[in-house]
Structure formats: C-alpha cells, structure tokens
Design a protein around this ligand. Structure first.
Ligand SMILES: [Zn+2]
Length: 406
C-alpha cells in the first residue's frame, strides 16, 4: 500500500502522525445542560482534551450552522431482536442460523451507532455479551454496549435462589441486572415479584456493584421495586403521582417510553402477530397503552427531583430510530429539549455507572460525540440529521448533509 505523502512528511519531521482532531460547531452542548456558541471540541487519542470557546484555525471538521453534543445513550435496547428475511420477528424457532442471528445483531448495532447513539444498554439476552466484546475490541462497528445478559423472570424462585441468579449473571460478565417485577403490558402488566423477592435481586445486585433494572408496569410493581431499592424502573405505564413521588424519595431512576416501542409494533403488526403474546388482545393492550405512555412521560418530565433517564426499548425493526422518543418527549410530552438531551447523555451515563467515561463533553472523557445539522434546542428533529458520529475518537459517519443513512 502506498504511504500517503502527508504521513511521509510527518514521519520525516519526527512529528506524531495523529495530532489532535478539532471539531467546530456554531453550538456545543456539553450534555450537562451547558452550551457554548461557536466553540471547538479538541480530541486526542480517543479522549476529549478540552472545549475551546472559539473557532480554531482550520478545524478538522467544521459544522457551521450545526450543533455538537455528546454521543447519545439509549438505556434500553434489545440488539439481538431483529426482523428475519421472511419479514417476521426473529424467534429461536424460525430456522435462522446462529450466523444469521449474529450478523443481524451486528447490523442493529451499526444502525444504532450511525444514528448517533454511541452507548446502549442491551437488557435481555446472553447473546449481547459477545457483541459487546467484539465491539469493544474494535472488530465490529457499534455503540459501547452494556448488557444484563438473560433477564430474571422466574417469580417462583425464593430470595436465596434469586440472589444466586444475580451472582451467576455478574460472574458471567453482566454489567447490570434486569428483573421482571411485572408482566408484559400485552399480558396486563400486573405485579409478578413480591417486595421480598425484589429486595433479594436488587439488594444482591447492589452488593455486587451493578445496577438493577426492574421491568414494572402496575403501580404496585413499581412501588415494590422502588421500596426494594432497585436502581432503575423501566416502562411504568400505569404510574401515578404517588409512585412518582416514591421514586423521587428513593432516588430511583425512571425510564418510561414515549411512543417508539408501541408505534413499531402497531405500524408493523404483520411482523409480530401470532408470535407469543402478540395476540389480538396483546395488540389491543398496546393500543390502550399509547396515551398512557405519553401521559406518564409528561408527568415524569414535569416531576421535580425525578431522575428521568432515556431508553426506547428498541426491538426488531426499531434499531436506528432511537432518537424518535426524544422527538416524542419534546413535541408530545412537553419536555424541554435541553432536559431531554441531558437525560439521553449525562444522566443516562450516571444511571449506568459510566459517568466518568462518557455522556458529556468534558476533558478526559471518551471522545464520544456527534454533530447534527441545525439546533436541536429549536427543532428537536435535528437529532435525526446526524452529520458526524465519533466514538472513542474514531469517526464512524461523516456526512455534512445529515441525510438518513441508506
Ligand atoms: Zn425491553
């Protein structure tokens, strides 16, 4: 392979071949609620060196008119969930080979990354582990992945057995623990685990230093999870003010979904219909959930002191559309754009225990950042027009037009 002239000259001059990369934008959001006009992010060896409050001379990337912000984080995805080539949701019985399932999960990871999401928590499959590790090794392009491995669902287990289940997962490399405190919304969402069972799971997780995420829909299941000291509650379709207050008291992180998860199922019904609990009554329950989900998101966004995070529950067909719920939050649920962005960056990083690594544009953190066309504080749909995706200082997408990939 011929050596580029610039590389030869630099080598002759004895200079390092890769100096700092400079990214200028008309607006830089730090992910913690701060913004600087006309600033330059300086990146070196995969880390953020500093943010200069001016335009450096000849920046490596110039996003005049655009905005630079930390890479987005989705705290709830399922990367191994995909639509198979028959146009149906993949199941273990659909005849797809392990290779087909693996490439499909890798494709989901890539789509998510180039949509501007540089970190995700994939909570629900043992197969997430290898994908996480291959991405971390730089062998497969994708977001940084944290995984719970297989969720804990068996409500027949006693507290001792549940603690063992937690330890087994942590020993197997789980970054967090996922427990089902209630049924699926398609099955009504009623509580499945008692306070004592949830105390066992969430207490053991805490003792082992990993966050525990409780899937909970009914107010009873949410209250039990919050009282049990679970780190985070997902969904919460039936949340009322009392349980939101309880989460504030307990310091529980809360991740309601605004609309993507339901729209994805309902708009693509033929992909799912007839599989598991995707029955006529399951779809009817999801139809009913749409206004409830919006109402809960609106109440949560308006609740002082609530640690509102951001997770879409992206499943088969939704990967790469992860910014849609940010649009829903701002346009339909009335969340302030800056608050929605903070939730999807620094607060998510804090909730996942990786706030010292990513989630903000601050010196020393990983160079995980994106540029978008326009100003998301004025028009939140700007987060769908991604012009640059950098993770650990590596550029995975650069298209100043911000046009959707493919
Ligand atoms: Zn989920």
């Amino acid at each position: 392979m011929p050596i580029p002239l610039a590389t030869m000259i630099l080598a002759l001059l004895g200079q390092p071949q890769s100096g700092p990369t400079t990214i200028f934008a008309s607006r830089v959001l730090d992910g913690r609620g701060g913004q600087i006009r006309n600033a330059t992010v300086v990146v070196d060896r995969g880390r953020i060196l500093r943010v200069e409050p001016f335009k450096v001379d000849r920046p490596t990337f110039d996003f005049t008119g655009g905005t630079v912000l930390p890479g987005l984080i989705d705290a709830h995805v399922h990367l191994t969930a995909y639509v198979n080539r028959k146009g149906r949701m993949h199941t273990p019985e659909d005849g797809d080979s392990p290779a087909q399932a693996s490439y499909s999960a890798a494709a989901n990871a890539y789509r998510t990354l180039i949509a501007g999401f540089t970190t995700v928590a994939s909570i629900g499959s043992d197969d997430d582990r290898d994908l996480r590790d291959w991405i971390a090794a730089g062998l497969v392009p994708g977001p940084r992945v944290l995984t719970s491995l297989e969720p804990i669902t068996d409500s027949d287990l006693d507290p001792t057995r549940l603690r063992e289940e937690v330890r087994r997962r942590v020993d197997a490399g789980a970054n967090l623990i996922k427990v089902f405190a209630s049924k699926s919304i398609r099955d009504g969402g009623a509580q499945t685990m008692s306070l004592e069972q949830l105390q066992a799971v969430c207490g053991e997780a805490k003792a082992r230093g990993v966050p525990a995420v409780a899937h909970a829909h009914s107010t009873e299941s949410m209250a039990a999870a919050a009282r049990a000291g679970c780190h985070q509650i997902e969904h919460g379709i039936f949340a009322d003010q009392a349980v939101l207050d309880l989460m504030v008291e307990q310091g529980t992180y809360f991740g309601p979904q605004c609309s993507l998860i339901f729209r994805n199922y309902l708009d693509n019904r033929s992909r799912f219909e007839g599989l598991g609990n995707f029955t006529a009554s399951g779809f009817a329950a999801m139809e009913r959930a749409i206004p409830l989900a919006l109402g809960v998101t609106r109440s949560a966004a308006a609740k002082p002191g609530l640690k509102l995070i951001y997770g879409t529950d992206a499943v088969a067909g939704a990967h790469g559309s992860n910014a849609d719920d940010l649009v829903c939050r701002v346009r339909q649920a009335g969340q302030r754009p800056m608050d929605a962005i903070v939730a999807a960056t620094s607060r998510n990083a804090e909730a996942l225990g990786i706030g010292k690594e990513t989630g903000a544009l601050a010196p020393g953190l990983a160079a995980d950042l994106i540029a978008v066309v326009g100003n998301p504080l004025d028009d939140i749909t700007s987060l769908r027009r991604v012009a640059l995706v950098m993770r650990n200082g590596v550029v995975y997408r650069h298209d100043p037009s911000g046009a959707p990939p493919r």
